[in-house]
Design a protein around this ligand. Structure first.
Ligand SMILES: [Fe+2]
Ligand SMILES: [Fe+2]
Length: 297
């Protein structure tokens, strides 16, 4: 398409462009999230947005037929996933995806310098980034709550996986930058596909469907910005490695969530990740998000 506004996320960038883009992202992120409340791992604007949703709740017209099916399978799948209805599968899938995110950031929060000890723009960006991720877990919790699930617990992974996640942020940049970037890309990929799933699964629940879309938008808008920001950490060699990593990382991650295969096409998501260029995102999302200058046509 000749009218495309944006270029591939894997487009090249010079060192100087990347430095300028860090400065530009830092400006963006401060106005986007508002004040950082470090002790609460929270941000002023994100908090206000969540409170707005909580003050104006919506409910399912027809409550979940079998909430126990969710509670039985949301931490570990106990039943044959094929025996579960698509709504339950979608909700356990959302929890499992969000749980990985939560475990990852919990480990990282203590490993990276707090704002008072962040002396570079990259460190400051990373601190706010993590606070945003904690806001996402609250938004995911609100998604589940909106579907009537008010007893969801955020449970750590097993001790081995927790340790791996804890060590990850302590590795040097050249090792973690590519997987960290692809993980953000995987988030955007999953959320964009999940958004379309709401139309199918919640066709008879327009109020909840629209609310879930609003809640998910709050997350996806941040994640789109994170994709560009994490890409900005990476030089030319790392970008080649990153592109090759899309398939194995997506496959490894999604294999861990048995619901995924029944709800979404993993191969299609891999293709989406490799081809990602911002052009498919709706204008209301682009307006509130951030795209590196070298991805603009
Ligand atoms: Fe996130
Ligand atoms: Fe993110």
């Amino acid at each position: 398409m000749t009218s495309a506004k944006y270029l591939s996320i894997f487009s090249p960038a010079t060192k100087r462009e990347r430095r300028e883009n860090f400065e530009n992202y830092w400006e963006f992120t401060q106005q986007h999230g508002g004040e950082l409340f470090e002790e609460d791992k929270d941000l002023a604007k994100k908090r206000a947005r969540l409170q707005h949703f909580q003050l104006h709740p919506v409910k399912l017209r027809r409550p979940l037929a079998d909430p126990e099916a969710f509670y039985r399978n949301y931490i570990e799948m106990q039943d044959d996933p094929r025996s579960l209805d698509r709504m339950t599968l979608m909700l356990t899938c959302i929890y499992k995806f969000a749980r990985h995110e939560w475990v990852g950031i919990k480990g990282a929060w203590d490993a990276v310098p707090d704002m008072a000890h962040s002396h570079t723009v990259e460190d400051k960006i990373s601190r706010v980034h993590l606070a945003e991720e904690f806001c996402h877990v609250r938004l995911f919790n609100e998604i589940l709550f909106t579907c009537g699930l008010d007893k969801v617990e955020w449970v750590p992974l097993g001790p081995v996986k927790e340790k791996i996640y804890e060590q990850f942020p302590k590795f040097p940049g050249f090792l973690i930058n590519s997987p960290a970037f692809i993980t953000e890309l995987m988030g955007v990929t999953f959320y964009c596909h999940l958004y379309r799933l709401f139309d199918e699964i919640l066709a008879e629940e327009p109020e909840v469907r629209d609310r879930l879309k609003e809640l998910l938008d709050e997350i996806t808008i941040d994640e789109v910005a994170h994709v560009g920001q994490r890409r900005n950490f990476i030089g030319p060699v790392g970008m080649k490695i990153s592109k090759v990593m899309v398939r194995p990382l997506y496959t490894l991650f999604f294999n861990d969530i048995p619901e995924i295969k029944l709800l979404l096409d993993v191969n299609q998501m891999i293709k989406y990740g490799v081809a990602f260029d911002f052009n498919e995102l709706p204008p209301h999302m682009i307006e509130r998000s951030w795209i590196p200058s070298y991805c603009k046509a």
